[in-house]
Each structure stands twice: as C-alpha cells, then as structure tokens.
Design a protein around this ligand. Structure first.
Ligand code: ADP
Ligand code: NG1
Ligand code: MG
Length: 423
C-alpha cells in the first residue's frame, strides 16, 4: 500500500463511523540489534525503534459496540456488542492483538466496557520480526487508556509500567513472549538505541557510533508466531533447562527464567556455559524429562497449549541463551567504545547461534546474511523471532555504496517511541 496521510485516515474514520476521532496514537516497530530469544529469560536486549509504525484513530461511540476497522481492506472489520467476553485466542486474527491491549487497560483501570470505534493503519511489514504485533497491542492499549483518562496518559501510568502491562497482555494470543518489543516501542527516544533490562523493566539510551549504518533487509519469507508452535517450544525448552539447573545448584526459587538461575548460582557466563556442556542432555523425550526432574516440575513449565510437546532439545538451546546474553554485554561495551568491527563480529556470532543452536533461522535469512557479508557487511543477523522475516546488517558508513544494488528494505536510524495526539 502507498503511504496514507493523516488527512486520508481522518476522512476514512469519519466516513466509516459517522463521528469524529478523539485520539490518534502512533507506535513504531522495532529492530533488535542483538539479544534474541533471551528476553523471556529476563536477560537484557539491545533494540531500537524504527520509523515504520502503526497508527490508530479512536473515539468513544454511542452504539454499545466495539468496532475495529483497518485502512487496508485485506484486514476485515471486527465488531462485538458489549459486554465482549473475549479472554484470549489461540489462533489470533488481527483484531485479537487489539483486544489484548484493550483488555489489559480495562482490567488495569477496573473500567466498565464502553462502545469504541478504532481505525487502524500500519506500515510495519507484518510477521517479519519487526514487531508489528506488539505495536498493535500498544496502540490499542494507549488509545483505550486515553479514552478513559484525561491529559497526558504517562502522568497517569509511567511508560515503564505501561510497557510492562502491554507485555503481560500480548500473551493472551497464546505466545509466551518476553517484554522486549513493547518496551522498545514504548520507551524509545529518537536518535538512540536502547539497552533494556527486565524485572524490574528499565532502559538506558545508547548512542550508536556515527560511522555505523544499520540496514534492515527482508528475506521475503514470513512467519506468524501466533499460528505456529516454534516460539513456545523454545520457551518451554529453556524452562526445562532451568529446572535441571535448579536441581544441580540446589536452588529453591520458583522462577524458571535462566537469568534468575544464573544470578542465584553466582556463576559467570563462562562457568555456566561449561556446566551446560557437562550436565544438560542434548535432547530428551517427555518421559525422560519426567524421569529427570519429576512430573510436577515439568508441569510448572508447561501451559495448556504447550502440553502437547513430546520432545525437547535442551543443551544447544541453553548454549544459545547464555552465550547470547553474554554477547549483549560485549556488544554494549563495543558500542560504547565505538568499535564497530567488534559489534559486527558479535552480530555474526549471534546469527550463527540462532541458526545452529536455536534453529530459528531459515535458508532465506542465512542467504541474506551471506550475501551482505560478501559485500563488506561487518555483521549480519536475523532480527526478531526468526524462521523468516528480516535480517539486520551493520555496514561501515564508508562501505554503504557496496550494497546499493542489493535488496534492502530500509536504512534504519533510531526512531521515537509511542505517542498520542488528542484532536
Ligand atoms: P511480528 O514479527 O511482525 O510481530 P507476529 O507474527 O508476531 O509478527 O504478528 C503479525 C500479526 O500482526 C499479523 O498476522 C496480523 O494479525 C497483525 N498485524 C500486523 N500488522 C498489521 C496491520 N497493519 N493491520 C492489521 N494487523 C496487523
Ligand atoms: P517478534 O518477532 O517481533 O514478534 C518475538 C517476541 C520477543 C522476543 C523475540 C525474539 C513477541 C511479542 N515478541 O519478537 O519477545 O522474544 O521474538 O528475541 O512475541
Ligand atoms: Mg510479534
């Protein structure tokens, strides 16, 4: 679709609903520079917001209906009378992402349901690792909040708490996701990347070296995470590793996040990686997991829609998580000392680890990384959950001419976070 102007969107809203919009919320997508599949273990990550975004126009209506429509006709409109009984979805449609944000805010505000009209328009390539899904959740949550409270919504709830609320709401579509995407999209400031840490959620603005250019390249493949079980499988495998390590270190914490286990064990990254090689089996069947940790501990790891899994890869998954978390630390130091070569080395290592140990790449993504590396990229890696979608490539500014003829989606500079305009 061609770019749509604010005026066209406004006109479409009035035409669709016969009322004026009260609010416009704009939320960016994000590209993760490094730190993949570790946010759900509470390890720090290193994303930045991008210019591509999702926009929502919103108003209260007097019809006692919740109505969502999309400027792009390929997304069919959705409507429900209130009270709407929605509690989540296991095969999400686009409207379900909006319902996540809507429900999160109504529950938080302890608000009665009321009639609302939303019109959505998004320019983030969907299912491509640039987190279009979270931007739908966040625009919906903020629009709902702004229809309930007056003035600046971030005087009412801090940006951190709002991002946390959105992160807790998105799993209603069935993905056991971490909090990176909502945090990146809510906490970003224009011009700087972010180092985000969890539990409690906090972020630090980090300036990227001036001679570093990040290019986002689409592999022309997509994966809708909500419609497959790859992502949840990885989360569960990590939880099982955590249970085995807890037993090894005699820890009594209820947490099954690998960062908590590492912290409580007092082990360095090098030490814990060595222990993983020594004691974590490469692969186990469900029965073997039960034999090793007991049925109760396995049950703690599973959710209703992950109970069906029968085989678990463990050692290589753990190797990825601990080594990737370590790479985030090293990347931050390299970035601060403006060592872009080292940043590239770490991005390449991250891609290898995602591809080989975490098995979340695909042929097309590997080919993109190879192609750009051949043309002088310092680093290239998949971004987001993977199995399709986009790669992020680091070029030295002087070498950008080398890639002019290659397919690229956009050159990315750190963009701003979610924002609201009241008409
Ligand atoms: P991503 O990596 O982009 O977050 P997900 O698989 O998590 O990918 O989410 C993609 C889903 O988000 C799509 O299948 C669609 O339901 C929804 N989505 C993304 N962009 C839009 C849009 N502009 N309009 C409607 N729905 C969208
Ligand atoms: P994408 O691919 O943008 O949906 C997902 C998760 C993140 C994180 C990354 C992998 C959601 C909402 N987001 O991102 O939490 O785990 O994969 O690093 O599921
Ligand atoms: Mg997503």
């Amino acid at each position: 679709m061609n770019a749509v102007t604010d005026e066209q969107l406004h006109e479409q809203f009035v035409k669709t609903y016969g009322i004026e919009p009260e609010i416009r919320v704009t939320c960016p997508g994000r590209v993760n520079l490094i730190g993949e599949h570790i946010d759900y273990h509470d390890y720090g990550v290193f994303p930045m917001a991008i210019d591509a975004s999702t926009v929502i126009l919103a108003a209260r209506n007097s019809t006692n209906n919740i109505v969502f429509s999309n400027f792009d006709p390929k997304y069919t409109s959705w409507e429900s009378p209130i009270p709407c009984p929605w509690q989540g979805s296991s095969s999400p449609k686009w409207s379900d992402y909006l319902l996540c944000g809507w429900k999160g805010i109504l529950d938080f505000e302890k608000s009665e349901q009321f009639g609302i009209s939303f019109l959505l328009y998004g320019t983030i390539p969907p299912s491509s690792g640039l987190s279009s899904s979270s931007s739908l959740v966040c625009v919906s949550a903020l629009a709902t909040l702004c229809l309930i409270v007056q003035g600046d919504p971030f005087q009412h709830i801090s940006r951190e708490n709002f991002a946390h609320l959105c992160a807790k709401s998105e799993p209603l579509i069935g993905t056991l996701s971490g909090g990176m995407d909502q945090a990146a999209e809510v906490l970003a400031s224009e011009g700087t990347a972010l180092r985000i840490d969890f539990n409690p959620l906090r972020s630090k603005n980090i300036e990227l070296p001036e001679n570093a250019v990040f290019v986002v390249v689409h592999s022309n493949t997509e994966l809708n995470k909500g419609a497959t079980s790859h992502y949840n499988e990885r989360v569960i495998e990590g939880r099982i590793v955590a249970q085995i390590l807890k037993r090894e270190f005699s820890l009594s914490t209820p947490s099954f996040r690998l960062k908590d286990i590492q912290t409580l064990s007092g082990k360095s990254f090098e030490e814990i990686l060595k222990i993983v090689e020594e004691i974590i089996p490469e692969e186990l069947t469900k029965d073997q997991v039960i034999e090793l940790i007991g049925n109760d501990k396995l049950e703690e790891c599973l959710t209703e829609n992950t109970r069906k899994f029968t085989n678990f890869k463990l050692r290589s998954r753990a190797r990825h998580v601990f080594s990737e978390a370590h790479r985030v630390e090293l990347f931050e130091s390299a970035c601060e000392s403006k060592d872009i070569k080292q940043m590239g080395v770490l991005m390449n290592a991250s891609h290898r680890s995602c591809a080989i140990d975490y098995e979340c790449s695909c042929e097309e993504l590997d080919a993109i990384c190879e192609l750009y590396t051949k043309h002088g990229a310092l680093g290239a890696r998949l971004t987001g959950a993977g199995w399709g979608g986009c790669a992020v490539v680091l070029m030295a500014a002087d070498d950008v001419a080398n890639i002019e003829k290659l397919p690229s989606l956009f050159v990315s500079k750190p963009g701003q976070g979610i924002r609201v305009h009241r008409f």
